[in-house]
Design a protein around this ligand. Sequence first.
Ligand SMILES: [Zn+2]
Ligand SMILES: [Zn+2]
Ligand SMILES: [Zn+2]
Length: 187
Amino acid sequence: MQLSTVACREKFRRNRWDRNQALIAILLHLVFASGIISVVVQHSIQILQARGYKVTRARRRVLEVLASTQKSVSPYDIQRLLVEQGEYLNHVTIYRVLDLLCGLNLAHRVPSTGGFVGCSLGKTGGCHRFVVCRQCGAIEEFVDEELCQEEGRFAESLGFHTEFHLSESCGLCSECYRKQVKQNSTG
Ligand SMILES: [Zn+2]
Ligand SMILES: [Zn+2]
Ligand SMILES: [Zn+2]
């Protein structure tokens, strides 16, 4: 009896410890994630200002939404996400802001989805390219100078002078691919 009470108390203490650990992990994640978001937004704001653009409420809000999502979003998604935060922007404004951000390479239009993502490469020059998961929508952005040169040479062989590249690889991210392989082997 005595022993089981001690064990019980010990178990309770451990559970509480686990819960506290989980809570701390969640809080750290939130602080870390919001820290990254504000760094990305801050960087974009600096570029806007350096190019002589005012940092309006609409521009800041759209940048924040783009920085907080890992997938491409349509102007309608952006509007909905803002409404959830008690903010309202009309579609024309959102389109205009996206146009400006894409023109400054602070955001990109993802060809396969037609949606928009915030640029994740900062000041990195060159052509920003994507790999996009058709299953979960995860997007990874990268630059590859060699790939650019190779494509440029190929276009040249067709008598074409390339000015920039838009490119996207569609398929499955490693996580979705792993799930599919598992599903195929068990089903
Ligand atoms: Zn980019
Ligand atoms: Zn995926
Ligand atoms: Zn290129």
